[in-house]
Design a binder for this molecule. Structure first.
Ligand SMILES: [Zn+2]
Length: 327
């Protein structure tokens, strides 16, 4: 009972990144793991020579200490933290990994965060341009299963399953090279690299939403005609309701019925495991509706689907594999 109560006690979730040189990522990760563990934090942090990318959750005093300590390190001084609410269940544990990139684009980009990023626009500037400039095109650089549940009105949403697939589909958007590209992602980190990629591919005017959707939500903070739906997040919460969409119907559509929904499931056929939106009433109709439309078309049923050996560890850039994704 006590564990149950602790699991649902309010936690603060911090989302942050910084491109900054980290000389010895392995040593940094080792020390950082001990530091996070001492605060009882859970979450996922990626460390690379190019910087840090993290989401951590903990009790308010623990996340407060975490922020204060990082702010004292000159490498992270002034680093913005996007704050949302979670519980002790938001993350299954603490994972700190060293990778070649803090967010994997994989394109052979000589990316230099000091030189490359496009102009950052504050949420208000971004909104003003989006709503008033006929030359502006809103471009969502997130994955298709993320934009499915919520997005800016009229945004281009590439059908990619992974950020590293973005360079391959960029040629589809060559006709937009002379337009003003208003680019956004969840917290801003992907735009830093994507905007650099776009500029190198000849897109003339590229702007990124400073701090991403999370910052837009915080700054605009009220019902707004530009944002539609919820915000997908890479943890057990799966979706965050947005104040900017308060009182509106979900923007997501059930893959089987087309009904409005924000309810995700993973396809129960394990080799597929695709995350997709499905209305709860439709899942109740038939267990087969826990199969994605593609697997259903192949003739699989809940009886014949392979649901053994499912991985339960969600990865930073992959859809959470958790089966229960109710908000
Ligand atoms: Zn499937």
């Amino acid at each position: 009972m006590e564990a149950q109560a602790a699991a649902h006690s309010p936690h603060v979730v911090l989302l942050y990144y910084r491109y900054v040189r980290i000389e010895d990522p392995d040593a940094f990760a080792r020390d950082h793991r001990a530091f996070c563990a001492s605060l009882g934090l859970r979450g996922r942090i990626i460390v690379a020579e190019e910087g840090i990318n993290g989401t951590v959750a903990g009790a308010p005093d623990a996340t407060g200490s975490y922020r204060e300590t990082l702010a004292k390190d000159p490498r992270f001084a002034g680093m913005p933290f996007k704050i949302s609410r979670g519980t002790a269940d938001t993350f299954p544990g603490l994972s700190i990994k060293v990778r070649p990139e803090i967010v994997t684009l994989g394109a052979a980009l000589p990316f230099d965060p000091e030189i490359d990023p496009a102009a950052h626009l504050s949420p208000f500037e971004w909104k003003r341009l989006a709503e008033t400039d006929p030359d502006a095109v809103i471009f969502d650089v997130r994955n298709d299963y993320e934009s499915a549940v919520g997005r800016f009105r009229g945004a281009i949403t590439p059908q990619i399953k992974n950020f590293r697939d973005l360079p391959a589909v960029l040629s589809d958007y060559g006709h937009l090279k002379d337009r003003k590209i208003l680019m956004y992602c969840t917290g801003g980190i992907r735009c830093e690299k994507a905007s650099s990629l776009f500029k190198r591919q000849g897109f003339r005017e590229v702007y990124q939403l400073d701090g991403g959707i999370m910052n837009y939500e915080k700054e605009i903070c009220d019902r707004d005609d530009l944002w539609e739906g919820d915000c997908f997040v890479f943890d057990n919460r799966v979706v965050l309701p947005m104040a900017t969409a308060r009182g509106k119907a979900p923007a997501g559509r059930c893959a089987h019925s087309g009904l409005p929904t924000s309810h995700y499931v993973n396809c129960i056929h394990n080799p597929c495991n695709r995350l997709f939106l499905v209305a709860e009433s439709i899942v109740e109709d038939s267990p087969d509706h826990r199969l994605c439309p593609e697997c259903l078309r192949k003739g699989l049923t809940s009886e014949t689907a392979d649901n053994k050996s499912r991985s339960l560890a969600p990865a930073m850039e992959n859809p959470p594999a958790a089966n229960s994704t109710t908000r």
